[in-house]
Design a protein around this ligand. Structure first.
Ligand SMILES: NC(=O)c1ccc[n+]([C@@H]2O[C@H](COP(=O)([O-])OP(=O)(O)OC[C@H]3O[C@@H](n4cnc5c(N)ncnc54)[C@H](OP(=O)(O)O)[C@@H]3O)[C@@H](O)[C@H]2O)c1
Length: 168
């Protein structure tokens, strides 16, 4: 099973502020939905709560938390007590790829074992951001695909869809 990260990050790797996203980019949301649809997704407890605690439809939602009783109030989720446990739960679904969808704490723990990164690079800076994606080590990952997107009436920033694969 491949472990893939999906993330949207600014030029300086900012991904969030005040437990919310930094931008609205409808095309990126569509990309996220199309990429992860039908597959298991792993997220930290704070990212889950940032989505108004609504599980993503059409995907097995696996939420990582150290709080043992937290799951009781959230039906329809799988609770993992560690990142490793979350990956084991994803493997149980016999999928070929699991998607790690944030946030900052979880990305940091997964980057070293991820096979692939779907990175939407948002071409701007957010000085007040409080959550960041770790730097991609170019000795470990290579850029295999890149599609540049321009601003338009629904997209205030230009952005680039990138796919990074772990080098053998
Ligand atoms: N731009 C993007 O692509 C993107 C994507 C996702 C999220 N975000 C943003 O990222 C921010 C949230 O990220 P964050 O770093 O604050 O939080 P997070 O990674 O979503 O969640 C952190 C929580 O996960 C649990 N956790 C972390 N490591 C664990 C481990 N090893 N074992 C068990 N539980 C563990 C803990 O939950 P407990 O405290 O319950 O134990 C911890 O408080 C928000 O601003 C969100 O909007 C951005």
């Amino acid at each position: 099973m491949d472990i893939s990260i999906v993330v949207a990050a600014s030029e300086d790797n900012a991904i969030g502020e005040g437990n919310a996203l930094l931008w609205k980019l409808p095309n990126d949301m569509k990309f996220f939905k199309n990429t992860t649809w039908g597959m298991p997704v792993i997220m930290g407890r704070k990212t889950f709560e940032s989505m108004a605690s609504n599980p993503l439809k059409g995907r097995t939602n696996i939420v990582v938390s150290r709080q043992e009783n937290w799951i009781e109030a959230h039906e329809g989720l799988l609770l993992a007590k560690s990142v490793e446990h979350a990956i084991e739960l994803a493997k149980d679904s016999d999928c070929k790829e699991v998607f790690v969808i944030g946030g900052g704490e979880i990305y940091k723990q997964v980057l070293g074992i991820a096979h692939r990164i779907y990175l939407t690079r948002v071409h701007t800076l957010f000085p007040n951001a409080d959550t960041f994606f770790p730097s991609i080590d170019h000795d470990s990952f290579q850029l295999v695909e890149e599609v540049a997107m321009t601003t338009d009436v629904k997209h205030a920033f230009s952005y680039t869809f990138q796919t990074w694969e772990r080098k053998n």
